[in-house]
Design a protein around this ligand. Structure first.
Ligand code: HEC
Ligand code: HEC
Ligand code: HEC
Ligand code: HEC
Length: 415
């Protein structure tokens, strides 16, 4: 059995919610390592979520307020910058609701906004629990039952799977299958049972079925410590994944770019895909004399978190598009950039807007003031799609550097 640190959740509202709440209380001690590639700290983000009253109106998997949307449905498949845009788009309604209820408008520093966005992104990483009825069916149809027992029923070629019932998420199961994959495949070959493969959330369903069918008396839930995408990035290379998928999952001629593949997928789906291709991997690695990599503790969860976070941080942005957007979105009507007086500050002089998240933070913090002005001036609230926030930010960045260059030129050598 895989040694995993457990924790018990006392006041669970829903099972999935319990997982999230516990996973996050035990986050703190797992947080020691610094984030090196993926920005933002979901633990800090969670703290902000609670302290700034977000939970009064927003929930996570159904736990919390209901005036705003559930964060668990907000995050997936969107990059950091896209989420920043999303934050912005909904500010008007949120401003109204916040004012109606007598809450303060929550202000953020850039770091805090990054943390909270990272948290919103992170929350979705956790699956909702699967469907045990479906799981029972998959367990039978995929013929797991011919080799494995659960609750005393089933085959004896492999070990009983009851121990896996301690987990809510299917990662331990996926990791167990992965580690025993080569042997399991050999047995399958000799018995003529085909290799099971997984589609969609079938693995989560099987996990839910194991939990229901298990003979385990003690139903104490064991929770994985929170997965860490930065640690996952290291394992991705240590376990040899980079040989075919490239260092940051960008693909090589041996394996596809994983940024698209894992977009919008949840843990159980990514875990299923990993399993599906393990047999081919075994063969390919054997040919090249590379040992099949096994996973321990949270290693697979970390790799999955890495895959899940691949799309989180996207760089780039288009200055030309940004320039057009600046006009199209009506920013020019309040923010001149040529020194002429205007209602709002000259953004080419604003320090804060030089990064997409700085821009998002500055806009968020000033949203109520801007909102009131747009009401008075009857200007439409500018909304951002896709990577538009990113384009706008690189445009403002270019304005600032042009200005700095011009001023340096004018200032003369004595200045
Ligand atoms: C008083 C209630 C209230 C509070 C408190 C509140 N929100 Fe909201 N929030 C809303 C409402 C209502 C919406 C939906 C707006 C809409 O649908 O246009 C919303 C929407 C959002 C969205 C966009 C979600 C989406 O699906 O597009 C984000 C992001 C968000 N809020 C973040 C936060 C954060 C972070 C906090 C805490 C700092 C917070 N909210 C606190 C009411 C609130
Ligand atoms: C043809 C027989 C066969 C089928 C079908 C089969 N397995 Fe296995 N499985 C095995 C064998 C044999 C092992 C032990 C391999 C070893 O000892 O390394 C194993 C190991 C495992 C393990 C690791 C158990 C441990 O000791 O921790 C898990 C988890 C698992 N299987 C799950 C499944 C699931 C889920 C299915 C259906 C989707 C399935 N297996 C289908 C034969 C099978
Ligand atoms: C020997 C080359 C090779 C290695 C090593 C390898 N993969 Fe793959 N991987 C592939 C190929 C090829 C595919 C395309 C799907 C297939 O053919 O099964 C793939 C598909 C995937 C997919 C699903 C993508 C999709 O489009 O459905 C994921 C996720 C994945 N690999 C993750 C990993 C991880 C994590 C590791 C390391 C543990 C790894 N791979 C190691 C070759 C490899
Ligand atoms: C209706 C007028 C109006 C429109 C339209 C408008 N703004 Fe503003 N904006 C303001 C005002 C007024 C302030 C200053 C608010 C304050 O000080 O609280 C401001 C502040 C800002 C700030 C903070 C600057 C700083 O120094 O920190 C940013 C960033 C910003 N706006 C970006 C934009 C962008 C990008 C657009 C176009 C999508 C836009 N604004 C459209 C009126 C507007």
């Amino acid at each position: 059995m895989i040694p995993l640190r457990g924790c018990t959740c006392l006041k669970a509202v829903t099972v999935a919610g319990a997982f999230v709440c516990c996973a996050l209380t035990s986050l703190d001690d797992a947080q020691a390592q610094t984030t090196d590639f993926f920005p933002g700290d979901p633990v800090a983000g969670r703290r902000i979520f609670v302290e700034r009253d977000c939970a009064q109106c927003h929930s996570i998997w159904g736990n919390g307020g209901t005036l705003g949307p559930d964060f668990a449905t907000v995050g997936a498949g969107r990059s950091l910058q896209q989420l920043a845009g999303l934050f912005w788009n909904h500010t008007p309604r949120m401003i109204d609701t916040v004012r109606d209820r007598g809450f303060e408008w929550p202000q953020f520093t850039e770091e805090e906004l990054t943390d909270i966005i990272s948290y919103i992104y992170y929350v979705k990483l956790f699956d909702e629990v699967g469907d045990p009825d479906l799981g029972e069916r998959w367990f039978r149809e995929k013929r797991c039952a011919e080799c494995h027992s659960v609750g005393g029923q089933g085959g004896r070629r492999g070990r009983p799977l009851d121990e896996y019932a301690r987990y809510i998420a299917p990662i331990a199961l996926a990791q167990g299958m992965w580690n025993h994959g080569p042997t399991m495949q050999a047995v399958q070959a000799t018995t003529g049972v085909p290799m099971p493969t997984f589609l969609g959330r079938e693995l989560a369903d099987i996990q839910a079925y194991l939990r229901r069918a298990s003979s385990m008396r003690d139903r104490q839930v064991a929770l994985l410590p929170p997965p860490d995408p930065n640690r996952g990035m290291r394992f991705f290379s240590v376990k040899g994944c980079t040989a075919c998928h490239g260092p940051r999952g960008r693909g090589t001629s041996f394996g596809p770019d994983l940024r698209q593949a894992t977009q919008r997928l949840r843990v159980s789906e990514i875990a299923g895909q990993l399993w599906n291709h393990s047999a081919r991997m075994v063969a390919a690695m054997r040919r090249r004399g590379i040992a099949f990599p096994r996973f321990e503790n949270t290693e697979m969860a970390d790799v999955i978190a890495f895959l899940y976070y691949l799309r989180f941080y996207e760089t780039g942005g288009d200055v030309k598009k940004g320039e057009q957007l600046y006009v199209q979105k009506g920013c020019t009507s309040c923010h001149a950039t040529d020194g002429t007086p205007s209602v709002g500050p000259d953004l080419s002089r604003a320090e804060s807007v030089l990064t997409p998240l700085g821009l998002a933070t500055a806009m968020w913090d000033h949203a109520p003031a801007m909102y009131d002005l747009t009401q008075v001036q009857r200007v439409e609230w500018p909304v951002f799609e896709g990577d538009e926030m990113q384009d706008l930010s690189v445009y403002l960045h270019s304005l600032a550097s042009n200005r700095a260059a011009a001023e340096a030129g004018n200032a003369g050598p004595d200045d």
